[in-house]
Design a binder for this molecule. Sequence first.
Ligand code: ATP
Length: 699
Amino acid sequence: MSQISDDAAQQVELERAQVSVIGELFDERLAGARAQLGRVLASRADSAGEVYEREVAAGRLAGEVRRLEGAEGGLVFGRIDLADGTELRIGRLGLQRDEDELPVLVDWRAEAARPFYEATPVHPMGLRRRRHLSMTGRTVVGVSDELLDGSAPRTGDVVGDGPLAAALQARRTGRMGTAVATLQAEQDAIVRSPHRGVTVVQGGPGTGKTVVALHRAAYVLYAFPRAAERGVLVLGPNARFLDYISQVLPSLGENDVVLATCEELAGVVPGAVDGFDAARLKGGAVLADALAEVIRSQQAPGGEFTVRVGQEWVRLEEWEVAEARKAAQASGLAHNPARRLFRESLVDALTDALARGMAETLERIDAEVAQLTGVDLDRLAARDLRNLGIDDAPATGAEEFDADAVRAALLDDPHVDRAVEDHWPRLVPGDVVSALLSDADALAVHLPQLTADELALVLRTPGAPWSDADVPLLDEAASLVDGPPEQVFGHVVVDEAQELTAMQWRMIVRRCPGRSMTLVGDFAQAGPATAARDWNEALAPHVGRRFDLRTLTVSYRTTQEILATTGELLSRIAPGQPPVRSIRHGDAPRAVATAPERLVPDLVRELRAQAAAHPGELLGVVCADGRTEELAAAGVERYARLVPASEARGLEFDEAVVVDPEGIVAARPAGERDLYVALTRATKRLCTVTVHTVHPAGV
Ligand SMILES: Nc1ncnc2c1ncn2[C@@H]1O[C@H](COP(=O)(O)OP(=O)(O)OP(=O)(O)O)[C@@H](O)[C@H]1O
């Protein structure tokens, strides 16, 4: 016993010495990067070009400083010993003194680190031993080894509980932490997958989908430089969720990932929330077709084109306008940029018409002069020019017409622009959406698939604030009117991806031209706006079946006891979906019954008791959306995070108290799925508070 602890203490000392060497090198690098940044910022820049160059260099160095600072906590967390005696230490970034030497620290994303995550006794991948280091700040406080090659423990091996158990037992803080030291083999295989296209990760609650998605983002930045250059976007369902995951990537040294909701991506702040049915209808892809039709109906729908040029009116025939429309539409450009082509084609046609008109006028004048004077002006002019030695002189007035100058003048002519506006108006995305949603006739024409009741649901009061379900429509209209979004990404990670409507998928895919995406979610947890039933249905319009589907099977959050109580519910909301297995055990879920008028005091008493019994733990209260105000007013937030069921996806607490499960089910369509989400948020304990009206005896 004492031999083992002596061994452990000795190994801790040994690791401390090594880690302090790594720490010194890290400090050198960080100090070097800071000093270089300081020098660049203080350097002189005289010309605009030099200022620009200085800014670029400073931006790059500031990014490097942030990257190093981010990786400082928990810099080293593991070590692998190969069968040939080579030892490698694994950490949040790579450090090497000399190119010819082995790295002092191997970046967890490097290929050399793969066995740290994926080696098993069956496939040891050349390892004899895997070691996890427990750290307090920069000090090693414990080591724990796994022997992988079947050899017996030797002096110096400290075989014990793995770090996963410790990570899972740790109290929740309300912010997700990194799992870089404890990624499990099935998770790591997805994080490190060489597949650059679309990877879909499904799995029940707590199986680490978010963990995988975020570590995948960090891996993409490391391993796929071309995607990294264009940036990585992580999309989440709401601000509360983004806040929950916000620390993970910075703690992996990655600060340049954009975290956003769909609303933030579109740059629209909605001022209203649609009813569930309206939101579901507005999420349908038919809306995209309807918007495209509304815009097309504004593109030279017919009629001739007349414009005043100087003192004259010039007219183009209907077919000439139709040709210009065809050319503009065939360009594939969005409406406003295509308007330029339309105008240019019309200006070409106008220039031709003017040239023809001028030639006709000159011919008429010549003929009139010849008739009056008997002199043929053309022949006279030609003879004069021959006398001057110029033989191939222009013979007619039309050839003196300066088409380029006329064309340029017409392109600048406000009369022409005004006339073009009547045929191909400049559009504003919001007006296009209004033109469809605020006009009952337009809705009926462009959405013939919808019933009268459905049309009434999506009809919008003119001037009303935009709703959350309008956001993807505004984004769609913007892309049809002005062209693709300016900011696109090399890789897009979508968490809780089951929540997306067809219109939201369109806005996301639009921002990822390379179709390199990691999509994670669970259709058993889908909310009321989701119309797709599975990944094929959701993704077919964008990538067909070209996606790599992975399934996670082990829950690291929800205890076996809690999962057992949700089995029946799961079989109702997702028939055929196998329940996940949990590696955690905890207390059996408790149920508290109360009457409506007793709910608040009983809940507060329960929370107070739990807070006292488990100090420092994170309590979460999940309730139907309509109840949050009442519970907040009762002071529930003194003891717990208060979360409406619609925003609970992805979150986690040590203990979850689910208030009025029946109320949650009744509050929204697909309410049973909201309840399933609520019941699977706890890492340790679950308490349900049921509310029953007690009828007087005999009633
Ligand atoms: N390899 C791991 N090491 C340590 N903790 C882990 C690991 N994998 C998952 N966890 C923890 O398990 C919990 C659940 O993980 P996560 O939130 O990623 O699951 P999820 O599948 O996204 O859940 P949900 O379906 O509810 O959104 C988190 O606390 C996470 O930190």
